[in-house]
Write a protein that binds this ligand. Structure first.
Ligand code: ADP
Ligand code: AMP
Length: 222
């Protein structure tokens, strides 16, 4: 049976940071819906053109478009043994669609780590974030700086500040999270899948809590 893990948490909670670490430890591909959208934007595909306005405003891209993009990604061979999902699902409709598509792939959502961080911390985390151009690795100018300013430690590519990490867009993204994504906490709690992790700790401590929580849920997951 494949293993599918959904990372939940507000923008800036540390989902991408943890996914980088945890996906390697678990041997699961890291699937970030935001990274896939940004790749489409860069390549100016039809999907990229459609998503552009939503992303610039910090709104969610339409459910059906997002769901079919993720379906295509999860149906590729590297997801045969599962995946670590970051940024998807973000609405109850997306969560229902995920359950249905995983059932088709003979899988299900096995665990949902929820990285909990207070709202006040998020703005500072996002406005100080630097992202790698090649693969989306993330840094923070104070909390997690690269060894050489402006250069990714992992692949040597240039770091940039995302347009939607500007203060005004960040505030909208946080509001959108509260309105549209927060209901998923209860959704997955009711399903008995939620694993709450304190995201205000150091990056290393968050990873170790996350991995030990997953190991407790299932010896087959970690
Ligand atoms: P998300 O994917 O949830 O939007 P990121 O992983 O991109 O969040 O993290 C947002 C910012 O916060 C990045 O600049 C990252 O380096 C920083 N960060 C992540 N985890 C921590 C942590 N535990 N403590 C301090 N800063 C963190
Ligand atoms: P992220 O990289 O996760 O912060 O996502 C960046 C932007 O991509 C979001 O603000 C949305 O515009 C879009 N996006 C990413 N994931 C989704 C999703 N699951 N549903 C709708 N829009 C998404």
């Amino acid at each position: 049976m494949p293993t599918f893990i959904v990372l939940l948490g507000p923008p800036g909670a540390g989902k991408g940071t943890q996914a980088q670490i945890v996906s390697q430890k678990l041997g699961l591909p890291h699937i970030s819906s935001g990274d896939i959208f940004r790749e489409h934007l860069k390549n100016q595909t039809e999907l990229g053109k459609l998503a552009k306005g939503f992303m610039e405003r910090g709104e969610l891209v339409l459910d059906d478009v997002t769901i079919s993009m993720i379906r295509e990604r999860l149906s590729r061979p590297d997801c045969a043994s599962g995946a670590l999902l970051d940024g998807f699902p973000r609405t109850p409709a997306q969560a229902d669609a995920l359950a249905a598509m995983l059932a088709e792939f003979n899988g299900r959502v096995n665990a949902v780590p929820y990285i909990k961080v207070a709202e006040q911390v998020l703005v500072e985390r996002l406005t100080g974030r630097w992202t790698c151009k090649a693969q989306g690795h993330v840094y923070h100018e104070r909390h997690n700086p690269p060894k050489v300013a402006g250069i990714c430690d992992l692949d040597g590519s240039e770091l940039y500040q995302r347009d939607d990490d500007k203060a005004e867009t960040v505030l909208n993204r946080i509001q959108v999270y509260f309105a549209q994504t927060m209901p998923l906490i209860e959704y997955y709690q009711k399903a008995g899948l939620l694993l709450e992790v304190d995201g205000t700790q150091s990056i290393e401590k968050v990873s170790s809590d996350l991995l030990s929580g997953l190991a407790k849920i299932s010896k087959s997951i970690a």
